[in-house]
Write a new protein. Structure first.
Length: 160
């Protein structure tokens, strides 16, 4: 995998996240944190100030600092049900009544099919969550997990 943005997107995908723009994440890491990415040998590696950095730790720290760079981040409002009752007035004041009216009521409401949802499947799903995926999404997840696909599905199906 020689494409750095693709490698970064895949690395975040392993932890169940979908980046909005992998190239901007790479640029941010290099500009603000002196972290340089490499895909030499086909694997993602990160160096910070000339020292090898732990990829998992860097990615987790980045997610905590910049959750808005990922689809479905905490705090993102996709449905009216995402907004606590005491925060509705604030949402309408900040975004306008038309934005509020445009939100589907919940993930199962008729207008929800137009809402962008994350497409990268986490290995930490419960059985019920796994069964809500389409056959195509399940197949993509299994093939994306490689040789661990069958064991990941077995672990998911064992969770209640």
């Amino acid at each position: 995998m020689a494409d750095k943005p693709q490698a970064v997107a895949a690395a975040f995908g392993v932890i169940g996240l979908k980046c909005r723009n992998a190239q901007s994440i790479l640029t941010n890491l290099e500009t603000n944190f002196q972290v340089k990415a490499s895909t030499e040998g086909g694997f993602l590696s990160l160096d910070q100030n000339g020292q090898q950095a732990n990829v998992g730790q860097v990615l987790q720290a980045y997610v905590k600092k910049f959750p808005e760079h990922f689809v479905g981040h905490s705090g993102e409002v996709r449905y009216k049900s995402d907004v606590p009752a005491d925060a509705k007035v604030t949402f309408i004041r900040d975004h306008g009544f038309s934005a509020w009216e445009a939100l589907p009521a919940s993930a199962t409401s008729p207008g929800a099919q137009h809402v962008v949802k994350p497409t990268i499947v986490s290995t930490q799903l419960t059985q019920a969550q796994w069964l809500t995926l389409t056959p195509s999404e399940r197949s993509q997840a299994i093939s994306g997990w490689g040789k661990d696909g069958a064991s990941n599905v077995a672990a998911i199906m064992a969770r209640r």
